[in-house]
Design a protein around this ligand. Structure first.
Ligand SMILES: Cc1cc2nc3c(=O)[nH]c(=O)nc-3n(C[C@H](O)[C@H](O)[C@H](O)COP(=O)(O)O)c2cc1C
Length: 202
């Protein structure tokens, strides 16, 4: 069994989502002895933003030399994703949505013919065989009953993206209110770590 562990926080050791994603992976190492873990830090080895040259290369054009390493990196992240049985993703909220480094990764895994396809019936996700667990961390609160709910474009976006490729039930463990104050932060982090430690094996 293969697990792909991704982090996208720029806050290094101070990151909440990194702490929680690591706890999720620890839990899954216990419930799945022998699981093969691949780790990718999307901030220390960022993928380039998609460009016209990337798209041309994906249509068969010969890429400029300067782009070749990045195209190979994009292929590698797609292969890693396709090979994974379980994906654990650390996803902090920055400016109401995901970090730009995580968007660059998503741009490389939403590939027609690989993770989704268009058919007469509409879009069909091709990656539905994976378990996806997301460690979300947010400075504020965005519950349905809060005034900020309309500004939530992290969890709603990721649910849509994963659903689009067939992963209709991503598991979300969230730590909210991280910036509200130290007490809130402590409560949110310990709650998320507890949820990580209680994750089901499957
Ligand atoms: C650049 C930046 C932008 C942020 N934007 C938001 C935001 O729009 N909404 C929010 O609730 N919190 C925001 N925060 C707070 C983070 O969501 C919070 O600190 C969270 O813990 C970040 O996850 P991390 O610790 O794993 O990096 C922002 C933090 C940073 C550093």
């Amino acid at each position: 069994m293969k697990l792909l562990h991704l982090d996208s926080s720029v806050l290094g050791p101070h990151s909440v989502s990194r702490q929680v994603s690591a706890a999720i992976v620890d839990r899954l190492r216990k419930t799945h002895p022998g699981i093969e873990v691949t780790y990718r830090d999307l901030t220390t080895t960022p993928l380039a933003h998609l460009s016209g040259s990337h798209l041309a290369a994906s249509q068969g054009a010969t890429p400029e030399a300067s782009l070749q390493a990045d195209i190979a990196a994009g292929q590698q992240v797609l292969d890693e994703f396709l090979a994974a049985d379980i994906v654990v993703l650390g996803a902090p909220m920055y400016n109401f949505t995901i970090p730009t480094q995580l968007k660059a990764w998503i741009d490389r895994i939403l590939v027609a013919g690989k993770t989704f396809k268009y058919s007469a019936a509409g879009v069909e996700g091709l990656a539905g065989n994976k378990r996806v667990i997301v460690a979300v961390s947010r400075g504020g609160f965005y519950g349905a009953d809060t005034p900020a709910a309309v500004g939530e474009h992290l969890e709603t976006y990721l649910r849509w993206v994963f659903g689009f490729i067939g992963i209709t039930k991503p598991e979300i463990i969230s730590a909210d209110g991280i910036q509200v104050g130290p007490e809130h932060r402590e409560k949110a982090v310990s709650g998320a770590l507890q949820a990580a430690g209680n994750l089901d094996a499957a």
